[in-house]
Design a protein around this ligand. Structure first.
Ligand code: F6R
Length: 609
């Protein structure tokens, strides 16, 4: 949601700002704008719609200057429009700023500012912040920002230009991500790392209520009391190319193709493939702690929630440990029973999802043992969890999570193996045989990708379907949840996942001539049951696509099409079965002409509630 970039250095800032905004476009936006300081005045340029509209305007009316800020807006307060687009200025035109987040008390602040004589042109909470800082500014920029921070409630990441301080950008944040980039002769700010990668990999992650003052020759950091603080630089080793589309038409396809490599990278962080053993010290619980665990809670949102559902299956089956899974937005306002010492795990690709952060903070506040599975070093969740198990998916740009989901599953699976071994439920030999099979997984996955034409062909015949039902049992049901989400979010085809055994309790009433049912049937001991469920829907007119673990009895007669995975140990099937599901969603969306990488109404990183 919303993207911020800022640059101050020796070069013309507009191309750098536009490139940065392009790199953040995946977060979702409906308008964009820049503010540039040319040494004499601050000028704005804004446009509704695609970034290309802003680029055209800037070509027609160029803005010169080597210090500027830019923004992609995802409307929260006020419709997507030119006036509501950022940057916003105060009445005196002394300040221009861009903002991510939501100022919860903006109505009160606005009333107070109107009484002081401020006139507002937009409906945004951001303009309120600009006017607020303007009204607090008495010649000292830092003091004005500090005073405004004390008055604002809610979440914010702000980048601010002051007319009185040329070539300087003030930045601060609370509950909204912000990362500052350092280089020899320039300083940068962005709401996410990909915007900085072409210029620097040396970054500082801003923490709540800290202030960064960016100048071409360096950055000064202050705490919420205005005292100077030292911050440590983090070196990001993501490849610049990893955040580019390369020869692929869409980021989503590129990221699906990166899954075998992401699998290998993540696996190798947690196991010694040569010795076929887990690097047990990396996992959060010691042998005694693992043995004493009574339950584990996992909390996350969206795709990461679906990973948690599979994690529950893995951990309960292999380690015999009860696992409770919650959606973060439910968990934080529910009546969670959390005792000091309880273990709570959060899962988040971005590490910045507002509800997941809230759940983590709640658990930290109650003295729980907290563990995060996270893809982004330096993100809020990675900083605040007691232990972090990183995924090694690299930057994920497409809104639809693909490779991050796969790598979350790997970490969950390995956590289950580690707990199983430490709790005496699996021998080292049994663990070794799973690791051996996992080590062969990237090649199996690659073969699915190489044979994708069949999936593409199926999608070309099925894309006009109105409803798709994904059914499965056990592990397959958890996977079906993610398959249904992928399809609906990028193709806008109504799709639902059901536990196959639940069909008869109501849902089967929805099945009619031409409904598409995708039956995930990879679990041998449940195959007979699945075959009956397939028959139930087939005889009611559904077209049935079955996905099986090798050849499977009773499936051919009850399905119209069968996609066989190479046979494997049943708990490992999700690693391969997810690929055809992601590809199916992708090809259906492409056939329908949908915006695959940026589906409507969605943002990559949900940093507000
Ligand atoms: C769907 C998708 C979302 C995210 C969810 C959580 O494809 O990407 O459902 O999984 O918003 O995001 P993170 O993992 O960043 O916390």
């Amino acid at each position: 949601m919303c993207g911020i970039v800022g640059y101050t250095g020796g070069e013309a800032c507009v191309p750098i700002l536009l490139e940065g905004l392009e790199a953040l476009a995946y977060r979702g936006y409906d308008s964009a704008g820049v503010a540039v300081f040319d040494g004499e005045k601050i000028s704005l340029c804004k446009a509704q719609g695609q970034l290309s509209n802003l680029s055209v305007l800037l070509r027609e009316q160029p803005l010169a200057g080597s210090c500027g800020i830019g923004h992609t807006r995802w409307a929260t307060h006020g419709e997507p429009s030119y006036v509501n687009a950022h940057p916003h200025m105060d009445d005196a035109k002394q300040i221009a700023l861009v903002h991510n987040g939501i100022i919860e008390n903006y109505q009160n602040l606005k009333q107070m500012l109107i009484q002081k004589g401020c006139e507002f042109v937009s409906e945004t909470d951001t303009e309120v912040v600009a006017q607020l800082i303007g009204s607090l500014y008495m010649g000292d920029c830092l003091s004005a920002v500090l005073a405004a921070m004390r008055l604002m409630e809610g979440s914010f990441a702000l980048s601010i230009l002051f007319y009185d301080e040329p070539r300087t950008i003030y930045c601060c944040c609370k509950d909204s991500p912000m990362v500052v980039g350092h280089s020899e002769s320039a300083s940068f700010v962005a709401s996410d790392i990909p915007a900085l990668l072409p210029y620097t990999r040396d970054v500082c992650f801003m923490e709540d209520k800290q202030i960064a003052v960016l100048r071409p020759d360096g950055v000064d950091y202050f705490n919420e009391f205005g005292l100077p603080i030292e911050k440590t630089l983090t070196h990001i080793d993501w490849d610049v190319e990893a955040a580019k589309k390369g020869n692929f038409e869409h980021f989503m396809m590129k990221e699906i193709f990166e899954e075998p490599v992401a699998f290998k990278k993540t696996l190798e962080q947690y196991v010694s493939v040569k010795e076929l053993r887990l690097k047990t010290d990396i996992f959060p619980w010691s042998q005694e702690e693992a043995a004493a665990l009574k339950k584990l809670s996992i909390v996350s949102c969206g795709t990461a929630y679906h990973a948690a559902l599979l994690g529950k299956k893995f951990i309960e089956r292999m380690a015999g440990l009860p696992v409770e899974v919650d959606i973060a937005s439910e968990f934080r306002y529910g009546d969670a029973v959390l005792e000091p010492g309880d273990s709570l795990m959060v899962i988040s690709q971005s590490g910045e999802t507002a509800d997941t952060i809230a759940a983590l903070r709640m658990a930290n506040g109650r003295g729980c043992r907290t563990v995060a599975i996270c893809n982004v070093i330096g993100s809020t969740i990675a900083r605040e969890a007691e232990t972090v198990l990183f995924t090694y998916a690299g930057p994920e740009i497409a809104v639809a999570a693909t490779k991050s989901y796969l790598t979350q599953l790997i970490v969950l699976y390995l956590t289950a193996l580690d707990l199983a071994q430490k709790r005496g439920r699996m021998s080292a030999e049994a663990v070794a045989s799973r690791i051996l099979e996992m080590a062969a997984m990237p090649e199996r996955m690659q073969r699915i990708l190489d044979n994708r034409e069949r999936i593409q062909y199926f999608a070309s015949r099925a894309f006009s379907v109105k409803h798709v039902f994904f059914i499965g049992r056990g592990i397959d049901h958890a996977l079906a949840m993610e398959a249904a989400l992928k399809l609906k979010e990028i193709s806008y085809i109504h799709s639902e996942a059901y536990a196959a055994g639940e069909l008869k309790h109501g849902t089967i009433a929805l099945i009619e001539e031409g409904s598409l049912v995708v039956a995930l049937a990879t679990q041998p001991e449940l195959l007979k049951k699945m075959a009956s469920n397939m028959e139930e829907v087939r005889v009611r007119g559904a077209r049935v696509l079955a996905v099986t673990n090798g050849p499977a009895d009773g499936v051919a007669a009850n399905s119209h099409e069968q996609w066989e995975l190479e046979p494997m140990e049943e708990t490992l099937t999700p690693f391969c079965a997810i690929l055809p599901m992601q590809l199916l969603a992708y090809y259906m969306a492409v056939q329908k002409g949908c915006s695959v990488d940026r589906p409507r109404n969605l943002a990559k990183s949900v940093t507000v509630e």
